[in-house]
Ligand binder design. Structure first.
Ligand code: NDP
Length: 280
């Protein structure tokens, strides 16, 4: 039997760790699979996905900037994908795609299990309102965080995310200029790609209190600016996105193959390699 064929679609994707992660999961579980990275721009995605299906593709991940455009290409979507409006996992069902989003669950598994953080009642600041932010916000609310403040350069995207979450009085949209007046937070999540662009806007250290956990969805070089700021502000916990990356991949693997691989050995190996690279 031919190995199950998978791909990651995004732009750019060349440096993604997902092909390595899924190859390691395949070896661990004894499931034969292939997983390739396909660089694709939003305007080409529908055709590329059709081609992938015609060539026996059985499952895919979707990363920036395609998470939103993937949504209308799905015949059905899971509850959690509907709550976020963005897709990171496609599962083939016959001649159609079922869309899901494993980012939120991936983040929760890393924060609660690996980092041993209790998220309940944490007053939370979410930086960014793009695909990553939209994927994790419903999961954080389900995990019982306290008030949630969403800050984004483009205020219309922050408003759209807040409206989608539908909890007036608990979830609020703000601008970066307002940050000095918001007091401190017990959880700050950076879901921007700012480090890859012009850099993060200035964040006041007054955002960080004595128990604050600062979490970046990014990893590697891209996580350095926010995590350095968090350390300078003496955050209690400082966490990058590598654990989330491995956990969301394990969730996707389970959707495709019905088996959840043990993410810990894969995380340990990547952490070792990653830290050597970032500190080199
Ligand atoms: P999107 O392109 O969908 O969104 C980008 C977000 O970053 C937007 O909110 C955008 O704001 C904001 N942004 C970009 N540049 C700046 C800047 N200079 N200053 C302030 N805000 C900025 O990307 P994603 O949400 O998909 O990804 C965001 C990050 O999260 C990436 O680094 C990605 O790798 C990471 N990620 C990691 C995952 C993991 O498993 N560890 C999973 C998902 C994402 P605006 O709307 O105003 O342009």
């Amino acid at each position: 039997q031919a190995p199950a064929r998978h791909a990651l679609f995004g732009h750019p994707v060349a440096h993604s760790l997902s092909p390595q992660i899924h190859a390691m999961f395949g070896r661990e579980t004894g499931i034969a699979l292939t997983y390739e990275a396909i660089d694709c721009r939003p305007e080409d995605f529908a055709a590329a996905l059709e081609r992938f299906m015609a060539e026996d593709g059985t499952g895919a991940n979707v990363t920036l900037p395609l998470k939103e455009v993937a949504f209308p290409l799905c015949a059905q979507v899971s509850e959690r994908a509907r709550a976020s409006g963005v897709i990171n996992t496609l599962v083939r069902e016959g001649e159609a795609w079922h869309g899901d989003n494993t980012d939120g669950q991936g983040l929760l598994r890393d924060l609660r299990n690996r980092q041993a953080l209790d998220l309940r009642q944490r007053r939370t600041l979410l930086l960014g309102a793009g695909g990553g932010a939209r994927g994790v916000a419903p999961a954080l609310l389900d995990a019982g965080i306290g008030d949630l403040f969403v800050v984004n350069r483009d205020g219309t995207r922050a408003d759209a995310l807040v409206d989608r979450l539908g909890l007036p009085g608990k979830v609020h949209a703000r601008y970066y200029d307002d940050l000095g007046e918001l007091g401190d937070f017990s959880l700050i999540v950076n879901a921007t790609s700012a480090a890859r662009n012009t850099g993060l806007p200035k964040l006041p250290m007054s955002l960080v209190g004595s128990r604050t956990a600062c979490v970046d969805l990014s990893y590697g070089e891209a996580s350095i600016p926010f995590l350095s700021w968090a350390r300078a502000a003496r955050a209690h916990d400082v966490v990058d996105g590598l654990g989330m990356l491995v956990e969301q991949a394990a969730e996707s693997f389970k959707l495709w193959h019905g088996v959840r691989p043990d993410a810990d050995p894969v995380y340990a190996e990547l952490r070792q390699r990653h830290d050597a690279l970032v500190t080199a």
